[in-house]
Structure formats: structure tokens, C-alpha cells
Design a protein around this ligand. Sequence first.
Ligand SMILES: Cc1cc2nc3c(=O)[nH]c(=O)nc-3n(C[C@H](O)[C@H](O)[C@H](O)COP(=O)(O)O)c2cc1C
Length: 262
Amino acid sequence: MKKEFKAGTIFGAVPPVMVSCGDMKNPNIITIGWTGIVNTKPPTTYISVKPERHSHDMIKKGGDFVINLTTKDLVYAADLCGVISGSKNDKAEKAGLTYEKSTHVSAPSIKESPVSIECKIKQVIKLGSHDMFLAEILAINVDDSIVNRNGKIMLDKAELVSYLHGEYFELGRNLGKFGFSVNKKRGNIRNNSDSTNKKSAIGRSGKPMESKGSGKPSSKKGTEKKNRTLSANSGKSITPTNPGSAKSKKMSKDKYSHMKNK
Ligand SMILES: Cc1cc2nc3c(=O)[nH]c(=O)nc-3n(C[C@H](O)[C@H](O)[C@H](O)COP(=O)(O)O)c2cc1C
């Protein structure tokens, strides 16, 4: 039996992302939990921001923002950027973060985040307490340490964190791949699925629709980091194989060790 609770914002885990906004001269970072993907083509995301936040007007005026994914080592910084205001603080300095130029938008990216997603605002929707910024993803910059030799992004090696009902958690172990419920072999789902499943889960090629994109870096130039810039549609297809860069992990851990003890 289930017990009914008053309606509220409880949900499954969401990613607590660090959204960088403004420009290189006047940047800021706001931590956002209300975010996600809402469309595949064009790749579209959203962030919901309260109008009273200092970042709200910066994002609205700038017309773009960057979603920087939060790792285990960056969770202290993400929390800090979500409890102090950029109106009175240099959040990057306080959180030990570095701004760097983005490739497709004016808003800077956060160097320490392994995945920076550059977004251009398409629509602002007033919802009530929050304004939702619907935005097209223009580019995804991924640190080399989580891109394997075949050019695939291995997000499971990034040590991403989730935010669940007011608390931060590490991600758990892999429970299966997209489509595993109908067939163990990828690309062979069509044979075993019913007609409803076929429409929603299978692309013309017989590949799962939700796994579009090669996951390989695009040929676009312009990234200033030692990262790979991926075209907006190619950020999936993830194969967990590469051990990641032990060096970068150690550097990042050392960087925050003094802050965690505060
Ligand atoms: C984990 C976490 C998630 C948050 N999610 C949101 C959100 O989705 N929308 C929002 O407007 N504020 C959210 N906040 C609050 C803002 O990050 C916070 O008010 C921040 O200090 C605003 O900074 P600013 O004044 O520089 O814009 C969140 C804070 C935390 C710690």
C-alpha cells in the first residue's frame, strides 16, 4: 500500500549541474538541479531558474549558458555555487574553479568539469516560481580522460554525482544497457519487441533511437581546452572500457582536499 504525500518537488535523482553564464569578463556560476533533456533533434535541454537569482538576468541577457557536469571531486564546488550569490562573491575563486572560453557561446565553461555542454536559449517559459530556459545544445566539450581510443565518451568513468531529495550521491553500478529487457544483443531488439516497442524504441537502422550519434568527436575546430568538441548530436553511445586519467583525478582531488576539511 502507498501513502499519499502532499504534492512537492520529490523525484528520482537529478544531476546537480554547474551552469556557467555571462561572459569571460563578467562570469558567474549557478548550481541547478532542475535540468534535463527534452528533445533529440535539435538536441534541446532546459534549466529552471528563479527570477530573483543573480544569474537569472545574466542568463536572460546573455542568451546562452554552459551546463558543466558535476563529478565526485567537484561536489563541494557545486554545493558552494548553490548557496552563495554571485552578486557578492567571485564563486570560481571561492570554489577553486577556472573559467575558460567556450567554443560556440559567450558564456564561459568550467575547466575542471569533464563535460561542458554549450547551450543557446530558444525560449523562456514562465512557470511560476521558476523560469524555464529552453535551449539548443550547440556543442559538447569532453575531457580526453573520459574519451576512449575509439572516440567514445565513457561517462561512467567521470564519477558523476546525483542529487536526490536534498542530498548528493555517487552513481551505483551498471544495471544493463538500453533495450536489454527485450534482447541482450544491441541492434537486435526489433526481433523480440512488440509493435508498440518498435515504434518508440527502434530507429530505421534498427538501432535504439535514444542512442543516436557515434559518440565520436566532430571535426569542428576552436576548442581551447585539451578537450574534444563533439557535435551536438553525437554525445551518446558510451562504452565503459577506459580506466580514465589517474593523473587528472589525483590533481583534482588534491585541489579540493583543503576545502573539504573546512
Ligand atoms: C543542489 C542545488 C540545486 C539547485 N537547483 C536550483 C534550480 O534548479 N534552480 C534555481 O533557481 N536555483 C537552484 N539552486 C539554488 C541556486 O544555485 C542558489 O540560489 C545560488 O546561490 C544562486 O546564485 P546566484 O545568486 O549567483 O545566481 C540550487 C542549489 C543547490 C545547492
